[in-house]
Ligand binder design. Structure first.
Ligand code: APR
Length: 249
C-alpha cells in the first residue's frame, strides 16, 4: 500500500509528462475558503431543503427560494477568498501545464484566483437573468435589498444565472467540457462527490478515452473505485501545493 508521499510523487511524475491535462472541480475545493460543500456531515443539504434550487418551487415561491439562495450563496460568497488549491490550478494554467478547468462551482473563486477561462458547468453567481425579458445583469449586493429581486427593465422576476435542479446545462459549457475530457491524457478530479448528473459523466469520458485520472478528495467518492487511477485522500488546499512543490519546473 503506497504511502501518501509515494502517491504525491507518482502524481507529480504523471503531471510532469501530461500533454493535455484537465481539472474538474466541485464544492470540496472551496471548503477551505469557508464555503460548505453540499453533501457529507457538513453539507448544505443537511440544513436546507434542496427544493429551494428546484425551478418549479422557485417559480411558485420566489420569495422563500430567494431568501435561502441569498443566505446559502451570495452571503457566504462575498466573504470567501480563493485558497491555495485555487491558486495552484491558476499557476498551472498560466504555466500552460493545465489546459482546461471545468468547475461545477458557482462561487467564482477560480476566476478570482486567475482562471478567468474556467468552464462553469452549472453557470455562475456573477449574473442574474430576468425570467420575463431575458435581461442579463451583473450581480451587485444592492440587487438583493429587495427579495425577490425584480428586473429594472420590465419588473419581471430575476433568477441567478446558475442552473437549478431540472434545468439544462449551458450548451457551450457542455460542449467545451466534453471536448476537454476527450482531449485529456491526464484528468484531475478535485473535491466532488460524483452524485450529480450529467456533470458526473465528464470524468468517465476522460477515463474511457484512456486518460490517467488523479482524484483528490477528503473522502471516498463515486469515482474512487471505478474511475480513479490514483487516489490522494486529503484536503485539496494541502495536497495540490505539495504536488506543485514536487514538479520539475
Ligand atoms: N478537499 C477535498 N475534498 C473535499 C474537501 C477538501 N477540503 N472538503 C470536502 N471535500 C469533498 C467531500 O468529501 C465531497 O466528496 O468534496 C466533495 C463535495 O461533494 P458535494 O458536496 O456533493 O459537491 P459537488 O460534488 O460539487 O456537488 C455537485 O451538486 O447540489 C449540486 O449544483 C450543486 O454543483 C453542485 C453539484
Amino acid at each position: 500500500m503506497d504511502t501518501l508521499q509515494q502517491k504525491l510523487s507518482k502524481a507529480a511524475e504523471i503531471i510532469n509528462k501530461a500533454s493535455y491535462m484537465t481539472a474538474f472541480t466541485g464544492a470540496g475545493i472551496s471548503a477551505e475558503s469557508g464555503i460548505p460543500p453540499f453533501r457529507g456531515d457538513d453539507g448544505i443539504w443537511n440544513q436546507y431543503n434542496p427544493q429551494v434550487l428546484e425551478l418549479n418551487f422557485f417559480m411558485r415561491q420566489p420569495e422563500e427560494s430567494w431568501k435561502a439562495i441569498r443566505e446559502l450563496f451570495y452571503g457566504v460568497f462575498s466573504e470567501a477568498k480563493p485558497n491555495p488549491a485555487h491558486h495552484v490550478l491558476a499557476k498551472w494554467t498560466k504555466g500552460d501545464l493545465l489546459k482546461s478547468l471545468i468547475t461545477q462551482n458557482i462561487d467564482m473563486l477560480h476566476q478570482q484566483a486567475g482562471n478567468e477561462q474556467a468552464i462553469c458547468f452549472h453557470g455562475s453567481s456573477q449574473y442574474l437573468i430576468c425570467m420575463n425579458c431575458d435581461n442579463r445583469l451583473k450581480f451587485k449586493p444592492s440587487i438583493l435589498e429587495t427579495i425577490p429581486p425584480l428586473c429594472p427593465r420590465c419588473n419581471g422576476l430575476l433568477k441567478p444565472d446558475f442552473i437549478f435542479f431540472g434545468e439544462g446545462i449551458p450548451p457551450k459549457a457542455y460542449r467545451d467540457s466534453f471536448e476537454a475530457a476527450q482531449n485529456s491524457d491526464v484528468f484531475l478530479i478535485i473535491g466532488t462527490s460524483g452524485e450529480v448528473s450529467p456533470a458526473n459523466q465528464i470524468p468517465e469520458i476522460a477515463r474511457h478515452k484512456g486518460a490517467q485520472v488523479i482524484e483528490i478528495n477528503r473522502d471516498i467518492s463515486h469515482y474512487t473505485h471505478r474511475t480513479t487511477t490514483l487516489f490522494l485522500q486529503g484536503e485539496a488546499g494541502t495536497i495540490l501545493p505539495e504536488i506543485d512543490l514536487l514538479l520539475t519546473n
